[in-house]
Design a protein around this ligand. Sequence first.
Ligand code: NAP
Length: 522
Amino acid sequence: MTNTNNQSAGVIRAMNPATLELIREVPAMSAKDVLGVVEKAREAQKKWASIGISGRLRYFQKLNDQIIANIDSIAETITIDNGKTLVESVNSEIYPALDMLRFCEREARSALRSEKLSHPLFGVLGIRSSVLYEPLGVVAIIAPWNFPFAIPVTQILMALIVGNTVVFKPAALTAVVGELIRDLFENAGFPEGVLNVIQGSGGVIGEAIMDSGVNRVAFTGSVPVGKHLMKRAGETLTPITLELGGKDPFIVLEDADLERASSGAVWGAFVNAGQVCASVERVYVHRKIAGKFTDLVVAKTRQLRLGDGRNFSTDMGPVISESQILTVEEHINDAVGKGAKVLAGGKRWDGLPGYFFEPTVLVDVDHSMSCMVEETFGPTMPIMTYSDIDEAVEMANDSRFALTASVWSRNEKRAEDICRRIVTGCATVNDCEYTYGFAVCPWGGPKESGIGRTHSTHGLCEFANIKNICVTSPRFTNNLWWHPYSETAYKRMKSMAGAFYGKGVINKFSSATEAAKTVVCK
Ligand code: NAP
């Protein structure tokens, strides 16, 4: 079987995963080129930081115009390079990028504005204190192939708006989308060196990035590479954000609207051919409604139309590579070998030469099977039943991943309460996966789903050096805790403790009076 992308002699041969046709040859860099690129980004950073948020937003506005004017060609490039349908290229790739542009325009100024801090002791000690959100310097963004546009573009924008410059390594399997991003930023007039695209193999380029002195790494990808990069980051104490895998539970309560829940499950499991970190990878349905829910899911799954994502009648495109298909087959074979039944799909689809696998529904599954515990990252939906909600919550939490979770019920309040009991970074009621598209929502999860958050003001802060400045008035000749130490100094500290941390107005007042006697002013 042909690889989707062959790399040889400094060139990535980008292939369409639906047709296996060559799209384009993209020049790849070598490890020794990386230092030069990081240096260029560092040179550009001071000027980029100096123009302030308003100056940077002017470039963001031009990028926004570029994206809106070129939606058709952007969507087509993503679809050809990644395989997803045109509808998905617009709603799950272009929309999140536009929403992040809007978020930066609306929220960045207030989120990154310096704040004054107050504390009752500051007045007594003559202190003014503030918090500043400064750029870190050069940020490296290493991105996966499953959302080759939305993931890097949203992270690039967050890093840039703070005043950092960026080196960006696209996944080799979607190198063409990496080039598209480079072109869009160039056409929007971003100054040279602000966004630097480094094409090449992850093992080679990634290692060189980790040794390059970048000031933060934002990595999105698999758990093994994430763990490796965290070790590497530990060698230089480079801050690192890790957005890793998911095995996301979908809990259907007995009072759920089954039409909505079954459509949501089918979309959530098979959007982007199941190659979504927040994909519906485990369904837990109440025993009483399991039969009806499963019948609806199976009927809707069988109606999905496979094909080239460029055709508007296609509901599901190919997966990205042969190795993705092999993982899906391995999980299905393991499950069937242990007693599971395949109710829909279960095999490759040969309508086109590319990497197609039928959307697959499995029942009679349990947590001894890899399809319920390992990330499949392909078009499978294993369905398990439960008898009471405690059991469902326990099964949902029985995972080394915790990225997203969803609960489906007509009783929104009850469903929300159940969300609070699930260990996860993001939870939704009566819907799934979509929150990545809203830049105001924090993204990321605990356990092996990663470290840190992207998107939202929390994500912005990860790209900032949060600096505290405290200014003391020179009117104060000596500080309370400075030398010389003495019994008076001890008594002063003791009465200050009562004045500021003790309870009761009278006690506080008498302690404050005692303390004030010991403070020396010019
Ligand atoms: P991957 O193999 O870990 O690759 C991700 C990126 O890392 C690619 O650009 C890759 O480059 C690069 N890379 C590979 N080895 C490297 C190394 N030693 N040092 C530095 N970089 C290296 O992951 P993937 O297969 O592309 O993506 C699928 C995984 O990403 C899934 O587990 C999915 O759940 C996760 N994901 C998580 C999120 C989230 O937000 N939490 C979102 C999307 C995907 P090459 O392409 O050149 O190998």
